[in-house]
Design a protein around this ligand. Structure first.
Ligand SMILES: Nc1ncnc2c1ncn2[C@@H]1O[C@H](COP(=O)(O)OP(=O)(O)O)[C@@H](O)[C@H]1O
Ligand SMILES: CC(=O)N[C@@H](CCC(=O)OP(=O)(O)O)C(=O)O
Length: 259
């Protein structure tokens, strides 16, 4: 039987709220078993970019990353946010180790190529080094991944954090029973973005496509859900989209992805 592995991703709105982040990290540190944390931080990167008079540009939830914005996201994700999260986990006696995809060559990516859109130094993941990551896990370390990867040719790439989480989950599902959870500031995927309680409890691919066509799902929720279906198809055992309370109460209302 495969060993269980929890992969949890937290987004920019949770990270940006000091109290919410602190509570989340306290709960996270109490989790048992094997755990990986993936964090975004898009909100902070946008704030810092604007201070530097750079104009942030997002297309379908992904950042168009020119050379200057790549410097900003590297400093914000792989530096400020990653190291703060690791320090807070260490404070809670969780032996965290902060990583970008370049560290230990854990995540190799290629420049994102999409017809008609030049995303600059944005990356799509090519491979995940399951062996190196499992060595860390089996030595009681908790990897904390940020949204920076590399192409093994000296180039760092900005990679959507939801994608980092789903690609890690997909790759690690070969040797672990993986539970993937996207934690964000809302209670789940909502039927009405203005109604916090309009949670859609189960979503399959056909349902998702209808919700997208109707404009009910938009912005950052698009890459999140697309990534979820990729992971489900790759053998990830369970995927949930929930708010921070889900960590301590698995019965709380939230969204579950189904095939
Ligand atoms: N139907 C929906 N339900 C919930 N959130 C939605 C929906 N459609 C769009 N969104 C937006 O998607 C955002 C989540 O994506 P994103 O900002 O990338 O979050 P994160 O940083 O946590 O990954 C929500 O804050 C919300 O504004
Ligand atoms: C290519 C790309 O879009 N990268 C993302 C990485 C950070 C991220 O995904 O942050 P959240 O999870 O907080 O949205 C970005 O720069 O916004």
């Amino acid at each position: 039987m495969k060993q269980k592995l929890n992969i949890i991703k937290i987004g920019g709105n949770v990270i940006d709220d000091e109290k919410s982040l602190s509570l989340f990290l306290t709960d996270y540190s109490k989790l048992e078993g094997l755990n990986i944390l993936v964090h975004g931080g898009g909100k902070k990167a946008t704030e810092v970019a604007k201070k530097l008079q750079l104009e942030p540009k997002m297309i379908e939830g992904r950042r168009v990353t020119d050379a200057s914005n790549l410097e900003v996201v590297t400093m914000v994700y792989a530096g400020l946010l990653n190291k703060n999260i690791v320090a807070k986990l260490q404070q809670n006696n969780c032996n965290a180790i902060g990583l970008s995809g370049a560290d230990g060559n854990t995540i190799k990516a290629n420049k994102r190529i999409v017809k008609d859109v030049d995303y600059g130094f944005a990356g799509d993941i090519e491979s995940v080094d399951v062996k190196t990551i499992s060595v860390l896990l089996e030595n009681n370390l908790t990897p904390v991944f940020c949204a920076i990867t590399h192409n093994k040719n000296g180039q760092l790439l900005n990679t959507n954090a939801d994608t980092v989480a789903s690609e890690l989950a997909s790759a690690l599902a070969k040797i672990y029973e993986v539970s993937l959870t996207y934690v964000f500031e809302k209670k789940g995927v909502l039927k009405n973005i203005n109604d916090e309680n309009s949670i859609i409890e189960n979503i399959n691919l056909a349902h998702y496509k209808n919700l997208k066509d109707d404009g009910i799902i938009a912005d950052g929720m698009l890459p999140k859900l697309e990534n979820c279906f990729v992971a489900l198809n790759n053998g990830v055992a369970e995927i949930h989209i929930a708010n921070t309370d889900f960590l301590t109460d698995k019965n709380i209302q939230h969204t579950r992805l189904i095939l």
